[in-house]
Design a protein around this ligand. Sequence first.
Ligand SMILES: *[C@@H]1O[C@H](CO)[C@@H](O)[C@H](O)[C@H]1NC(C)=O
Ligand SMILES: *[C@@H]1O[C@H](CO)[C@@H](O)[C@H](O)[C@H]1NC(C)=O
Length: 644
Amino acid sequence: MACSGIPRSPVILIVILLLLFYVVGSSASGASESEALLKFKDSLENNKDLSGSWNNETTPCSSEKANWVGVICFAGKVWGVKLEKMGLKGVIDVESLKDLSNLRTISFMDNSFEGSLPDLSKLASLKSIYLSNNRFSGEIPPQTFQGMQWLKKIYLARNQFTGAIPSSLTSLPKLLELRLEGNQFIGRIPDFQQKTLQSINVSNNKLEGEIPASLSKMPVTSFSGNEGLCGGPLNQCESESTKKPSVVSIVVVAIVVGVALVIIGIVIFILNRRNQPAASSVEDPPISSFQKKSGIKEADEVSQTSEKSSASKKGENMKLSFVREDRPESFNLQDLLTASAEILGSGYFSSSYKAALLSGPVMVVKRFKQMNNVGREEFHEHMRRLGRLRHSNLLPLVAYYYRREEKLFVTDYIEKGSLAVRLHGHQALGQPSLDWPSRLKIVKGIAKGLQYLYNELPSLIAPHGHLKSSNVLLGESMEPLLTDYGLVPVMNQEHAYELMMVYKSPEYSQQGRITKKTDVWSLGILIIEIMTGKLPASFLQQGKGSEEDLANWVQRVVPQELNSEVFDKDMEATKNGQREMMKLLKIALSCCEGDVEKRWDLKEAVQKIEEVKERDGDEDFYSSYASEADIRSSRGLSDEISFP
Ligand SMILES: *[C@@H]1O[C@H](CO)[C@@H](O)[C@H](O)[C@H]1NC(C)=O
Ligand SMILES: *[C@@H]1O[C@H](CO)[C@@H](O)[C@H](O)[C@H]1NC(C)=O
């Protein structure tokens, strides 16, 4: 593999030269290679497998033959180190490896290495790096691979890397294979221009935006499991705008939309003039940017062509249904369609748009594509039920729109956004990370909201059904607001199975059923995510097979022996709160109990969560406070009180 593409005879020549070199110089370099490798071994934890052969009795290599386990030799020199599936931990001592001047390949796949990626740029001659299936985490600095001009293969899959894909990967002149799947990379895929690149896999990350054109020939599975990706082999991007468009792109979009609106407006005006009497043209919507962005068809465009529908039927079809008595109808579908819109997110499950109504309010419109499972009456009935729900930890439904092939849900816009973004994207957005008291408050609020759903929707097997961090929004005072609840009965089955949280539970993957305790399992997963700051990769995976991963994820993220290392490094912990933090984590683990019979029911889980305090001990002191909110507001003061 090292010599592919080079004509045969020079290869033989090189081999002969190297062999000659070996005969002359082997004894000296053998010793220093031994030293380097032994030093390297000392930096590894759990290196029992190496103790048998890695010692001074032999040199690592004699000619082509390797004397030491996991060493690959070429011409009597250490060419590669391949230590896979050995349960290795500790540090990868790059400094020692640097002394192996012929080292071209390293593999430490399927071990338990943790922490940030070692500084590989010191090993500038490497041709391949295999580090998949470990527990490496954190961001990879953009310049990490700078100058590694021989690198052909990089395997970093199934670790816990976060942040952007390092841009220096795009400057590797020989890059052939890149495997980054199953991490938590965010942002856009950088522009890979290398003609050498044969395969890339970035599936199951948190990437978003348009796939660079240079990668459009790669298979779909190279990109799947990234809810925010579009273009290339995937679906066409719906719009230019992303969550945080640049000023330039906003201006460009604004101009394009503006011009388009004028043109379309004129066309519509002319068409209306021609087709309809003057009275009804007043009612008809001028085309809008929400409508344009979402691509929602004019109501009954279809039925108009098939049959001339009566005016009254059309009126009904065009109507938003408002579900809340305390929120009188303050806008209609036309207002919504003409509102200026911004895409908040777009996925397989739903797309959301932020729509700023001309009359002032800013609403979120969620558009569900896979919801024609139930008939009109049943749907209306279910929506009325959801509309009656009222709790300080639920984001209320304000209105909905029903057409057979189109469902829109309208809610208020929540400025602070989702818990998922706050947990995993706060650095990119320049927000502070959440401290322990805030996280505890969020967990308690989620539990309360869930408890309420269980009380109010007793006929649903999984009253929430899709509990995950992106479905928890954060209100003004950081109180959690659950969204996307109560949808299991109205989702199309085949899509529900692939996408909704409850169908990723162990009971569903093992026995094909969900139970009243399945939301408890999702709650456990969510709390673990909140406490560890780790994002379950399989949230992002589509389709079957991901259930397995989510159950395993718990084991991967939370080690058998619990210690404070497991907590999110970004979590500012109170000095006196570690015991309670551990208590909450253990509650989460109990919620994730695979055996449904043994798992707590929701009531028990909520009770246990309620018992968790912000600080260890001193229960009397804190019980004098009325609520968690009071404790929060007193924090400024109580931080200065030292507790024995
Ligand atoms: C192996 O040899 C090196 C030098 O040749 C020496 O420094 C080291 O102590 C030896 N190690 C053992 C375990 O004998
Ligand atoms: C990418 O990785 C995923 C997950 O491991 C796998 O299912 C898929 O087949 C891979 N695709 C390619 C093109 O390697």
